[in-house]
Design a protein around this ligand. Structure first.
Ligand SMILES: *Cc1c(COP(=O)(O)O)cnc(C)c1O
Length: 383
């Protein structure tokens, strides 16, 4: 089976984890935490970073750290992972959904403008599958309307817009280091911010609201969202390999693009002025009706795939108003292909020839149908 993802450990992960075990510093104190935070901040070009125990609590913490709460509306693309929306609800705010753009799959800035009300407090940009949102438009809209800009960069490590890493445009931004993310700590996350005061608020809230000046003095309802030293040790080693990991993922995308050329689908491609980190190499099929049969065909050929996310407004607990034709269409046509850094060229070509075989078979199936025969598709599988 070729899985959609698997972590990639080629550096000093084991050595650093063993240092934690040998030193007994395995909990959420220890030297690797500060090292990982400062190296991460340096890598993406943000002045401040604080680590947390996963990418979901990172968003919740970020929203609270910039003061988003009950009565506020947060504009968010409906086509995102559920954590973007759950955390808005957990903060007591209301998600207001917007549609996506067909060519980029990212939040539609014109729809953002239409959804602004007097209660809008923030816009959440989600850099879906590794391509950046249109940050020129989003930063302009947020400036014009005095809105906070929050970036969910869980899928955007290694993603750049006009030479700037995502997560450096907004007031606050978050990353995830889940096992299938571009760099991983098993479970883990990071919050980054331009302002020292904002990151200090995030630190205070993630650490039980303990006073920096008085021991065991807690002055706010807060959380334990801390990362462990073991996770930070893995994260530091991953960060040391980040540049080759991203280069390999981009090479895999090039292999897919070349091998899928001419098929009735569109590759989720890089756009001018961007660097796509290809967290997931994804395709949108021309016909939604092909999506499940193609996935079944690939599964039978030992290739795992994922469907693109359900738009959040269709989930029972996140239901919201509006008309989102592009998000619905991308969600019905989209497939994430195996995208992990250790994939070989042969494996990528195997996936692509399986996809091509599906369409050849489908084409022969149609031809025989229109010729009035009832030959089952399986009879043509030797092509
Ligand atoms: C993975 C992901 C998250 C959540 O990260 P976890 O570390 O799994 O909690 C949030 N938003 C998006 C867009 C993601 O892909």
């Amino acid at each position: 089976m070729i899985p959609v993802y698997q972590p990639f450990f080629t550096g000093r992960e084991k050595e650093y984890v063993n240092q934690c075990l040998d030193s007994t510093w395995i909990s959420s104190k220890g030297e690797f935490i500060g090292w990982f935070e400062s190296e991460f901040a340096k890598y993406i070009g943000s002045p401040h970073a604080t680590s947390v125990c996963n990418g979901t609590v990172a968003i919740h913490l970020a929203l609270e750290a910039v003061g988003i709460g009950p009565g506020d509306e947060v504009i968010v693309p409906t086509l995102t992972y559920v954590a973007s929306v759950n955390t808005i609800i957990q903060a007591g705010a209301t998600p207001v959904y917007v549609d996506s753009l067909e060519h980029s799959w990212q939040i539609d800035p014109e729809d953002v403008r239409r959804k602004i009300t007097p209660r809008t407090k923030a816009v959440m940009a989600v850099h879906l599958y590794g391509l950046p949102c249109d940050m020129d438009s989003l930063t302009r809209i947020c400036e014009e309307h005095k809105l906070l800009l929050v970036e969910d960069c869980a899928e955007g490590f290694g993603t750049y817009h006009r030479g700037r890493h995502v997560g450096t445009f907004g007031d606050i931004a978050t990353f995830s280091f889940f096992g299938n993310k571009t760099i991983t700590t098993g479970e883990g996350g990071m919050v980054v911010a331009r302002s020292k005061a904002v990151i200090e608020r995030a630190y205070h809230l993630k650490n039980q609201g303990v006073s920096p000046a008085r021991e065991y003095w807690h002055d706010v309802v807060a959380y334990n969202y801390r990362m462990t030293n073991i996770c930070a040790a893995i994260g530091l080693a991953q960060l040391e390999s980040a540049t080759p990991i991203i280069a390999k993922k981009r090479q895999i995308a090039d292999w897919y693009r070349a091998a899928l050329e001419g098929l009735p689908l569109k590759f989720h491609d890089e756009l001018p002025g961007t660097v796509h980190s290809y967290w997931m190499c994804s395709i949108a099929l021309d016909a939604a009706a092909d999506r499940q049969p193609l996935r079944e065909h690939l599964k039978a050929a030992a290739v795992e795939t994922r469907p693109v996310f359900h738009p959040c407004h269709t989930l029972p607990h996140c239901a919201g108003e509006g008309h989102f034709p592009v998000a619905l269409s991308l969600s019905a046509r989209g497939v994430n292909l195996p995208s992990y850094p250790a994939l070989t060229r042969e494996q990528v070509e195997q996936v692509c020839s399986s996809i091509a075989a599906y369409f050849q078979r489908a084409a022969v199936g149609h031809a025989t149908e229109s010729a009035g025969t009832r030959r089952p598709a399986a009879a043509t599988s030797a092509i």
